[in-house]
Write a protein that binds this ligand. Sequence first.
Ligand SMILES: Cc1ncc(COP(=O)(O)O)c(C=O)c1O
Length: 404
Amino acid sequence: MIPFSPPRVDQKIIDEVVDTLKSGWITTGPKTKKLEVLLSDYCGHKSTLCVNSGSGGLELMLMWYGVGPGDEVIIPAYTYTATANVIMHTGAKPIFVDVKDDFNIDVDEIRAAITPNTKVIMPVDIGGFPCDYDEINALVRDKDIQAMFEPKGKEQNALGRILILSDAAHSLGAEYKGAKSGSLTDVTVFSFHAVKNLTTSEGGAICLNLPKPFVNDELYKSLNIKSLHGQSKDALAKSQIGNWRYDVLEAGYKYNMTDIAAAMGLVEIQRYESDMLVKRKYIFDRYAVAFSKYKWAWVPTYETEDKKSSYHVFMLRIHGISEVRRDQVIDGIFKREVSVNVHFIPLPMMSFYSKLGYSIGDTPNAFINYSHEISLPVYYDLTDKQIDTVIKAVVDSVMEMHEK
Ligand SMILES: Cc1ncc(COP(=O)(O)O)c(C=O)c1O
């Protein structure tokens, strides 16, 4: 069976993890701090806080911005459940809006959904393709929209407008008008979960890029404290001579990244652009060329004049197919020993959210994208022969479905 997305774990990664295990320091320490610096350098934002998951990073930032009951956060209906669940944890209400043909949130739909209760917009770079960031950034600075904003608390008063918190779980290395994901909005959060382009097994990073009056380095320090039970010092600082005494400044959370996890990320970030992205683009290009020959294939857009994907998920759609028939094609592909996936079942279709009263009928494009979509394997170690096998399995399964 060709797997969907196994992690790249080679000798370099194993050596770096073993080095950490033998170093005597396995939780947050020098490797996490080094990874933070390398991420800021690579993406071009002001400051990075590594955390133990992308979900944790998003949640921490919603709480930092004082989001809570009575507030609304706008997200696409077409995303992974983490995007909405973290909003639920704060007591605020997720507002699902529809997406476009490129799978990403529709800016006109965002505009229509904004109310005085809107505190945050969380665009999601689905599959690694950047959202329309110029339009989204302009929207929250629009005079009328800014006048509608009702700030609560220190942070909301300081920003004076809706916060853009990008869910960039998929888009490390993606580009928008020459700038990297991480530097495109106020705050961006990456995921380093096991299936992501860069993995630390579980992990994530908060990229800070807030405008004045915020000082991102100062904010880094306070978020660092918030992410570790509000302690004035982390374990490493406390272990230094004469430094054992600490204070608790707030009832913080437990979101810190371990150095074992950071060790994996350290190896990968240094070869990410020159190696990982090159390989993933090669696989995308091979799929695109192969499927473009078929009228039934709806090949995803992953590069335009302004945007470059991180080549995270290859989201093929089949024209003129129903949800049931798409499922038959998926069965046929699995029968041919290739593991595929669907990104994503829209959240209003999930029992939890549908029981809350959300309806997929309100976001028709999300349903169209979902019901036509099949995600194909993309991972570093995928060989040319395996790419051929994937292409043949998809083509044969579509043919078989048409014969039925
Ligand atoms: C779109 C999206 N947002 C957020 C997350 C959450 O990331 P993590 O698993 O690191 O918490 C994921 C993870 O798959 C995701 O796909």
